[in-house]
Design a protein around this ligand. Structure first.
Ligand SMILES: [Fe+2]
Length: 380
């Protein structure tokens, strides 16, 4: 007997319009979409709530936050993975690319130890056991200014579900940290550095870029191709950097820091991703371009929850206020990220695709998540 559910009398957010109707999911796949407010026997009455695709999250630090809830606290990994998975499900995310840093730094107060391979093994084991509620892939954040990038990347292969590799260069004085004082606020506080420590830290990072920058960038691109992963850029700031990203084969750009870079991305066929917290707060925490400004300029394609999972759904309704086009806003957290990451089986409410859907009501103008289904199973 097949597993079947029907969600009826919903406002279905389809790719280009909103219609009242019902969705039937059988054995995890959407098999039927019917227009009208008819509620078949046994169906769930959605009472006019929105039914939209499950959210697709390409870049979240949330797993790291569960693994290290306080600086230097290594929380037991298996319960941390399960709590992370459940938290995302509770915010409407049904597909996630868990960001793991590759590239360590061994010296000083800004020490980063290698952890990605071990944590990936644990995540993949929990997944293989069938214990995860939502669909997980890996996103390797390749930190160019590090000592061990390529040896850490060599430990991954095509069978590891690495869907995305991002090229990150956080050298002080450029990109995200053009304003070195913003870096100081961010890192000195987090790592307990005084002024002298911070100066040493900045010089160390600049030296790493001189020593490894070119070699690591070329190597990380080759590794992404070996995995079959989508490549993305990070914090591109100038048209020259975007041209280099295009040369590398980048499909989407994470958090371009200027309007100039975002426009250059579009001119080069590169999708633009910005953070939902930036949208909700009305600006970037590191002083870079406002995501809403890019939305108004028509150069925003993908939104990521970044460091606040629940911000993703909130951002949809904020973007709807800007564009007055809910399907377009929803596409930024569903169809567009799925397509940028090469996933063709999800991201739209359509027959033949995965039964990943969420039911969303509105209460005092704010979204209220009333149900989350992953491959037709209720997960939130
Ligand atoms: Fe960054």
């Amino acid at each position: 007997m097949s597993d079947s559910i029907c969600l009826a009398n919903a406002r279905l957010v389809l790719a280009d319009r909103i219609v009242t109707g019902s969705v039937t999911i059988e054995d995890g796949i959407i098999t039927e979409i019917t227009e009208g407010d008819h509620i078949p026997i046994g169906a769930t009455d959605c009472k006019g709530d929105y039914l939209m695709p499950g959210l697709v999250e390409l870049h979240t630090d949330n797993l790291e936050r569960h693994i290290e809830p306080r600086p230097s606290v290594d929380w037991p990994h298996r319960p941390a993975i399960l709590a992370h998975d459940a938290e995302l499900a509770s915010t409407g995310i049904t597909t996630v690319f868990d960001a793991l840093r590759v590239g360590s730094i061994h010296d000083g107060k800004a020490r980063y130890n290698a952890y990605a391979r071990g944590l990936a093994n644990e995540l993949l084991e929990v997944r293989a056991a069938g214990h995860l509620r939502i669909s997980h892939f890996l996103h390797l954040r390749a930190e160019i200014c590090s000592e061990t990038l390529l040896e850490e990347m060599a430990a991954f292969g095509p069978d590891d579900r690495v869907g995305i590799v991002s090229l990150m260069d956080h050298t002080p004085g450029q990109r995200q940290f053009r304003d070195v004082s913003a870096l100081k606020t961010y890192v000195a506080k987090k790592r307990g550095m005084n002024d002298a420590d911070f100066e040493v830290h900045v010089e160390n990072l600049k030296a790493l870029q001189r020593k490894y920058g070119v070699q690591h960038e070329v190597g990380a691109v080759a590794e992404a191709n070996r995995y079959g992963a989508t490549l993305c850029s990070h914090d591109d700031t100038t048209a020259e950097q975007v041209a280099q990203s295009r040369e590398n084969g980048v499909r989407f750009a994470e958090f371009p820091t200027t309007l100039e870079a975002a426009e250059a991305c579009h001119a080069n066929g590169i999708a633009v991703m910005m953070g939902a917290p930036n949208i909700i707060r009305g600006g970037s925490h590191s002083g870079n371009v406002s995501a809403l400004e890019l939305a108004r300029a028509g150069v925003l394609d993908i939104v990521s929850s970044d460091y606040v999972p629940s911000a993703l759904l909130l951002s949809v309704f904020r973007l709807d206020e800007v564009w007055d086009d809910l399907p377009r806003a929803v596409a930024c957290v569903t169809r567009n990220p799925a397509s940028a990451a090469g996933l063709v089986d999800r991201g739209v409410v359509a027959t033949g695709l995965r039964g990943d859907v969420i039911r969303v009501g509105l209460a005092q103008g704010a979204p209220l998540l009333r149900g989350v289904w992953s491959r037709g199973a209720r997960v939130g």
